[in-house]
Ligand binder design. Structure first.
Ligand code: S3P
Length: 208
């Protein structure tokens, strides 16, 4: 019988190639709060057959309290130190899809670790989408300000030049999650298995 490749098989092969090329490395999602790092990360991990880890959840488990409570009782610098330690531990715990908190990639030591042990994807998101997604929620201590919109604008302009250092950039927007996951898979495949990410970034209209 002639061998046929169904679309489902072809995509399974693409995912198998990605995990083989990753070897011991993880996939790390970076970007602003509200970018969908946990939602997309969880779905991406299922597609790749890799465990999913959420740095914020791990920080809360390690501290035995919520992120707002950590900010309140210990302050942001202490939270950042804990965040860097937790991400270092998670990157050493074997290949996984890891969603990081929005500020994590700003620390050079964490960026260096991610570069050594993972492939990073920046989920790039516009301010208006962030505002829509985080509105009515009080679990982002950095946004408990008089003018959260201005705070988001400031954080975006401070952080985007740093997020841009990620290996891949995918535009997070209001489309079905599976579409964003598919674009992550294609971008990973392009980078790891075809030797370049530019084509994928160009195709989805994102400037690398
Ligand atoms: C933060 C983002 C949050 C959390 C903390 C600080 C930030 O994570 O780590 O509130 O500095 O942008 P998410 O990006 O998952 O919301």
């Amino acid at each position: 019988m002639p061998e046929t490749t169904s679309p489902a098989n072809a995509s399974a092969t693409q995912e198998a190639r990605i995990t083989a090329a990753l070897g011991a490395r993880s996939v790390v999602l970076v970007g602003m709060m509200g970018a969908g790092k946990s939602t997309i990360g969880r779905r991406l991990s299922l597609r790749l057959g890799m465990p999913f880890l959420d740095a914020d959840a791990e920080i809360e488990a390690a501290a035995g309290m919520s992120i707002p409570d950590i900010f309140e009782s210990r302050g942001e610098p202490d939270f950042r130190d804990g965040e860097a330690r937790v991400i270092a531990r998670l990157l050493d715990s074997g290949p996984a899809v890891l969603a990081t908190g929005g500020g994590a990639f700003m620390r050079k030591e964490t960026r260096d670790r991610i570069r050594d042990k993972a492939v990073s994807i920046w989920l790039k998101v516009d301010a208006d989408i962030i505002m829509r997604r985080v509105k009515r929620r009080s679990d982002r201590p950095l946004l408990q300000t008089a003018d959260p919109e201005a705070t988001v604008g400031r954080l975006i302009s401070e952080r985007e030049p740093v997020y841009r250092q990620a290996d891949l950039t995918i535009a997070s927007r209001d489309v079905p999650h599976e579409k964003i996951v598919e674009e992550c898979i294609e971008a990973l495949h392009g980078l790891l298995c075809r030797g370049g990410a530019k084509e994928t970034n160009d195709r989805i209209g994102v400037t690398p």
